[in-house]
Ligand binder design. Sequence first.
Ligand code: PLP
Length: 458
Amino acid sequence: MPEYIQESDFIMVEEGFVAKDLMEQIINDVSQTDDRDAFFVADLGDVVRKHLRFLKALPRVKPFYAVKCNSSRGVVQILAEVGAGFDCASKTEIEMVQGIGVQPERIIYANPCKQISQIKFAAKHGVTMMTFDNEVELSKVSRNHPKARMVLRIATDDSKSSARLSVKFGAPLKACRHLLEMAKDLNVDVIGVSFHVGSGCSDPKAFAQSIADARLVFEMASEFGHKMHLLDIGGGFPGTEDSKIRFEEIAAVINPALDLYFPEGSAVEIIAEPGRYYVASAFALAVNIIAKKEVLLEQSGSEDEDHCSNKTIMYYVNDGVYGSFNCIFFDHAHPKPILHKKPFPDQPVYSSSLWGPTCDGLDRIAEHIQLPEQYVGDWLLFDNMGAYTVAASSTFNGFQQSQIHYAMPRAAWEAVHLLHQGLPQTEESETLCTPMSCGWEISDTMCFAPVFAQTGMI
Ligand SMILES: *Cc1c(COP(=O)(O)O)cnc(C)c1O
């Protein structure tokens, strides 16, 4: 069995020590110097915990992690190690995942509109599962990838999601019949249906509706002689505890919909493409204040007003919207700083704004926030910075991307090994552990119930 991640890839944190303590330690170390670059601490234990939670809440669904959400090496390695599959959208993402040793059967090329050279790349590297939602894609694939196993992406009602995707992708139901017919004529193998309810979905009914729609498409497909056996329920799951809806509440709607429309025994393999869910809460970012400006506000005239309140303070920090905070623009995020230096009781607060290091006036992280006075060299911390942050970060203006320090709690590392080895077969688990048709190395997720019990991780 290949090993995708080793102890040298992360910092092991021992019992009683958490990723936050590692952040504190790094801050202490670098604060002895002038070299106070912004940095991330990524808690890989949190990613492992999310995985166990996924398997528990959606026992019939195999997760294929959406690489675009955060393609940092440690994340991809740990997810490969625990047995996840991968949703890749480009040649580079496929190369990255295969570069750490993941077999092509564990990859879905889930981009309905692909460049021809990249379709050829997938063909050459054994990646056969791919999505489509239009005629032109079918003819491109029929000419360039004869072994492709296509998945028809259908549109969803994504009106309750923070980032809508069906404006760009997904065939409406009324177009499906024609696409399935055309696939038959072109001799293209269509193996199933996929959808995405939009990222940051707050309405689980969107999943139930799309699962019902997928069933209709399965029926249509059989009319044309396609033997569909894959349902891909996409991403959209929340990644932090302060989300409008909990992951388990969404799962509680998905499971009965699956049992109704794709009952166990119907020989349909079910996968999902969670992105945000796996990584959002695992990453915390520490930024350092590099400059500061006080701006006096217009005197309001009132004499007895607290003298502190007539100024606002602008802080300049060493990561911004061209870097990790691109989530403000691309992911509608509103990051809030946590003070590293605890304020003393009754310390006055000032209206403050936070700015990134580049020379662009757009590069603003937050405004009108009330903070006790901070100084150059102080640290500000941001939680929940794992989803759509590092992924789209640039080096605009010559500012480097913030470094990532990976932390792994010992208990999580032990759980990883249990997951990786699989568990001794008991009579009960034997019946539950059918090898996965997509060729995974680990046996069915049902087998891992004892991992939950043994590690106490969830
Ligand atoms: C972005 C994307 C995902 C991941 O979405 P999340 O909301 O982060 O879970 C999954 N599948 C596809 C096709 C995507 O484009």
